[in-house]
Design a protein around this ligand. Structure first.
Ligand code: PMP
Ligand code: GLU
Length: 400
């Protein structure tokens, strides 16, 4: 008996490239190797103290039982207030559903909206789990690829050309994982103009990196455009901006009938998410945001450091990310080269070779729909980042 007995939907699923590489790096570390892990996209900061204190208070106050499936009322209100304060989005608590991380929220929405064969347009490069979530919902992925020279962003013309009568959802993240690109207000308004012409298309806007945005124009929520508001599902959470990855809190903000669909699904599959984390997240959403901005400043500084160092490596082509905490160099210059033992065919080979040769864990671009690139998380100390870039530079010098 073996894997072929697993359901087809699981055998058809790819392993998460981000989590897979992180697992490999942990295994090497456990064997005593000095691995620098820049694979997982996770803040290296601790959750701010006032948020942790709220969790301790929640335990003492006895929030030990099942919570309402869509989240505690005070949390849903805090999220509605946050959306009004930061995003110019007017939703009531009944439009909000809290889930076990933004990942869960995204998967829920696709399960709730997508019928078998429906097309989901994904702006590429995209976060690894998008395509697999669409697959699980039995949808058909339509990739719309942003060019390196347009900072990896999809143009309105490209988007319009990808639409067919079967298009049900378009999904993107801004700021983006893995490229760090930020769609400007003008760019998103142009996308919205196209969506206005197609009344059956929904927008799934992943705003999880909202607070890690280095642009002057700042963050823009496409859901704030009144004519399409009812067809935008905004997803966000606490993982990145508040350094709360392990707390597992995300949410959707959407039209009520979609929120009810998500709640129904959740009621059968997971129930309300962790009660203590919900109480901590309520404090996070209510603010203050000083700690979040301090972390953003640190990511901004490291972005300059890492991009500068990577640009010194021969053959690396490096864009300047406008947000999030990743660098995404094009490393395809090394494809076909060898250190005498291993031939590097593609980004997967390159990243596996780098892990073995330089003990630096990164993630291949292939999982993000960008097979010429690799992703490096900049959420690490300056010392680690400098050392990692030096190790990479020394290693690639061996490739001929
Ligand atoms: N969207 C993107 C683009 C991400 O990078 C992540 C990171 N895990 C998520 C969603 C999921 O966030 P969470 O940890 O809240 O599930
Ligand atoms: N979003 C992070 C990443 O891209 C977390 C890992 C994951 O959930 O995939 O690395």
């Amino acid at each position: 008996m073996s894997v072929e007995l697993l359901a087809n939907r699981i055998n058809a699923l790819e392993e998460s490239a981000t989590l897979g590489m992180t697992k490999r790096a942990r295994e090497l570390s456990a064997q005593g190797h000095k691995v620098i892990s820049l694979s997982v996209g996770e803040p290296d900061f601790k959750t701010p103290k006032h948020i942790c204190d709220a969790a301790k208070d929640a335990i003492d106050a006895g929030f030990h039982g099942y919570s309402p499936v869509a989240g505690y009322p005070d949390l849903r209100k805090a999220i509605a207030d946050k959306l009004r304060r930061d995003n110019n989005l007017e939703w009531n608590p009944e439009n909000i559903v809290v889930s076990t991380g933004a990942k869960h929220s995204l998967a829920n929405v696709l399960q709730v909206l997508v019928n078998p064969g429906d097309e989901v347009i994904i702006f590429s490069p995209y976060w690894v789990s998008y395509s697999e979530m669409v697959k699980l919902a039995e949808g058909k992925t339509v990739i719309c690829e942003g060019a390196f020279d347009n900072n990896f962003k999809v143009t309105p013309e490209q988007f319009e050309a990808a639409i067919t009568p079967k298009t049900k959802v378009v999904m993107y993240a801004s700021p983006n994982n893995p490229t760090g690109s930020v769609y400007t207000e003008d760019e998103l308004r142009a996308i919205a103009e196209i969506v206005k012409k197609h009344p059956n298309i929904f927008i799934l806007a992943d705003e999880i990196y909202e607070y890690i945005n280095f642009t002057e124009g700042g963050h823009f929520s496409i859901g704030s455009i009144p004519e399409i508001k009812d067809r935008v599902i905004t997803v966000n959470g606490v993982a990145k901006g508040h350094a709360m990855t392990g707390w597992r809190i995300g949410f959707t903000a959407s039209a009520k009938w979609i929120a009810e669909g998500v709640e129904k699904l959740q009621g059968q599959v997971t129930s309300g998410t962790n009660s203590i984390a919900q109480k901590a997240a309520t404090v996070a959403f209510n603010g203050p945001l000083d700690e979040a901005y301090k972390m953003k400043d640190a990511y901004n500084r490291r972005r300059g450091l890492v991009v500068g160092l990577l640009r010194e490596i021969p053959g690396f082509k490096v864009n300047m990310p406008d947000g999030a905490f990743y660098a995404f160099p094009d490393i395809s210059d090394y494809f076909g080269k060898s250190d005498g033992k291993t031939i590097i065919k593609d980004s997967d080979d390159f990243c596996m070779w780098l892990l073995a040769e330089a003990l630096v864990a990164t993630v291949a671009g292939s999982g993000f729909g960008a097979p010429n690139c690799m992703r490096i998380s900049t959420a690490a100390s300056d010392e680690q980042l400098v050392e990692a870039c030096e190790r990479i530079k020394t290693a690639v010098a061996k490739l001929q």
